[in-house]
Design a binder for this molecule. Structure first.
Ligand code: PGA
Length: 250
């Protein structure tokens, strides 16, 4: 059975005070669940403060550079984040692809880098509305997966978490229906099967993201192919996040 992941992506929201306030409110209420990992991808500037105070929540970084060091003003490398005590690295979010021109090849280099450590990479993929309307989602997302996993071994591929986030559903209030999300995720699993075979395709975790909220998360998690959620807006509110972290409880 694949362990579910409920992850919050704070993007460029919350000051350090807000973030600490969130942790204090949420810490004691995030359930200790055998069946779920709960993660917050926070702004890097106060990751250390959160790691020091977090209990059941795990903490991740929203982005990193694929080189160890160099003259790249404003960038953060993996050796810099490794010792902070964080456990996850988000790679290739659609906002990074769109506003910072991150390519599939950047995503691949970052993924290969993270896989050299014991941190867990979460790789985002997803199509825009035009591609969905043209009926080209399967091919587009399949290509993104293939490019992201170039030179990744089967042993390493199992460690990756994929987040399928249709761009038209991010921050728009328009969620993919549970059926649409499940269908595309099952096609992504099929691509993983073609690349790595049955074992990896059955073990790899694939989340859905895009306007997930307390009112729709349970329906999404009920789908057999969906192994959790990556949540933006709704993860910012402590009371909502607690509900989200408890979602899908049997
Ligand atoms: P949203 O963002 O939940 O606000 O749509 C999701 C994401 O960008 O990961």
């Amino acid at each position: 059975m694949r362990k579910k992941v409920i992850a919050g992506n704070w993007k460029m929201y919350k000051t350090r005070d807000d973030a600490l306030d969130f942790i204090y409110q949420v810490n004691t209420q995030v359930p200790e669940r055998e069946d779920v990992e709960t993660v917050i991808f926070a702004p890097s500037i106060y990751l250390r403060s959160l790691v020091k105070r977090q209990e059941k929540l795990r903490i991740g970084i929203q982005n990193m550079h694929y080189l160890d060091e160099g003259a790249y003003t404003g960038e953060i490398s993996l050796p810099m984040v490794k010792n902070l005590g964080i456990q996850y690295v988000l790679i290739g979010h659609s906002e990074r692809r769109k506003y910072y021109n991150e390519s599939d090849s950047d995503v691949n280099l970052k993924l290969l880098k993270v896989l050299q450590t014991d941190l867990i990479p979460m790789v985002c993929i997803g199509e825009d509305l035009e591609i969905r309307e043209k009926g080209e989602t399967t091919e587009f997302v399949g290509e993104q997966v293939k490019r992201a996993f170039e030179k990744v071994t089967a042993k390493d591929a199992k460690k990756v978490i994929l987040a399928y986030e249709p761009i038209w559903a991010i921050g728009t209030g328009k969620t993919a229906t549970p059926f649409q999300a499940n269908e595309t995720i099952s096609e992504i699993r099929q691509t993983i099967f073609e690349l790595y075979g049955k074992e990896v395709s059955e073990e790899i975790r694939i989340l859905y993201g895009g306007s997930v909220k307390t009112s729709n998360i349970n329906d999404l998690l009920e789908q057999p192919e969906i192994d959790g959620a990556l949540i933006g807006g709704a993860s910012l509110v402590p009371s909502d996040f607690i509900l989200l972290a408890n979602a899908g409880k049997k």
